[in-house]
Design a protein around this ligand. Structure first.
Ligand SMILES: Nc1ncnc2c1ncn2[C@@H]1O[C@H](COP(=O)(O)OP(=O)(O)OP(=O)(O)O)[C@@H](O)[C@H]1O
Ligand SMILES: Cc1ncsc1CCO
Ligand SMILES: [Mg+2]
Length: 269
């Protein structure tokens, strides 16, 4: 898997996939920059008047529920249907999925009307999507969920939704319902900078847009992000969160096939 992930980086950099993101206003800029850094091409577009058209010309679509609205929901459903018709992968990041009625309705409607290929979230969000949990607070992992089993949540969500699921955290877990892959690495500082999860979702979009298999695509994205987190920590971890944030973007921009082949810690059982 580490070798395939490494080769996928080269393929991504050759193909330069266009990734259409309908995302939140908190981390949109970081998501666009991380896509450019890895070698993909971002487009942020969230008006329902254009999202169907933009998705049809993209290589992947990423739907992030971070700052929701009815209008954004309409934009996402239109884009999602268009992506499904065009046969491009759809990634859903159900940010704070259980935290409000609007978010619950939004997640339910997207899952009902759009075929999602990859669901990526933290353990609270994925537990909600899997039906294991019925309320959430905020966008970070709740205290009650800190000890929750990521593998159990990932498998339950994959079974319920019939798609590939990634639950991120200290160790990331990815499953398509039968294979289970764990990606080690990263640093706890990644949870102290907002948007590192959103960035893994758009990177998953970039890898899925460059290859065909969602399981390999997300595993490659998470391995890349973990390695970048470690390299950034070595460079700037001792300075603080702000410098680490910038170093993370630098590190993603310097990733290549060799670094990923040597450093990826991907384990399958
Ligand atoms: N304790 C940790 N040790 C190592 N890596 C971590 C740790 N916590 C998070 N990460 C990494 O940080 C990235 C984001 O994961 P996280 O689960 O924090 O996403 P999130 O909660 O959706 O974040 P956000 O909502 O801020 O975008 C992943 O690459 C994950 O592996
Ligand atoms: C802090 C925050 N609030 C809504 S979206 C977001 C970014 C990370 O999910
Ligand atoms: Mg998140």
């Amino acid at each position: 898997m580490a070798v395939r992930a490494a080769l996928l980086v080269e393929e991504l950099q050759r193909k330069r996939p266009l990734v259409h993101c309908i995302t939140n206003y908190v981390t949109a800029n970081d998501c666009a920059n991380i896509l450019l850094a890895i070698g993909a091409s971002p487009i942020m577009a969230d008006d329902p008047e254009e999202t169907g058209e933009i998705a049809a010309s993209a290589s992947a679509l990423v739907l992030n529920m971070g700052t929701p609205s009815r209008r954004k929901l309409e934009a996402m459903v239109r884009a999602g249907k268009s992506a499904n018709e065009a046969g491009i992968p759809v990634i859903l990041d159900p940010v704070g999925a259980g935290a409000s009625c609007l978010r619950r309705e939004m997640a339910a409607q997207i899952i009902r009307e759009v075929k999602v290929d990859i669901l990526r979230g933290n353990v609270s969000e994925i537990s909600f999507a899997a039906g294991l949990d019925f309320c959430e607070k905020g966008v970070d992992v709740s205290e009650a969920d800190q000890g929750r089993d990521r593998t159990e949540a990932a498998l339950a969500a994959a079974e319920r939704l019939g798609c590939t699921v990634a639950v991120t955290g200290s160790v990331d877990v990815v499953t398509d319902g039968s294979r289970v892959i764990r990606i080690h690495g990263g640093t706890p500082l990644m949870a102290r900078v907002t948007g590192t999860g959103c960035m893994t979702s758009v990177l998953s979009g970039a890898f899925a847009g460059a290859g065909k298999d969602p399981l390999t695509a997300v595993s490659a994205a998470l391995a890349a992000m973990g390695i970048a987190g470690e390299l950034a920590f070595e460079k700037a971890g001792h300075i603080g969160c702000g410098s680490f944030h910038m170093a993370l973007l630098d590190a993603v921009g310097n990733l290549n096939e060799k670094i990923i082949r040597e450093r990826a810690k991907i384990e399958e059982r």
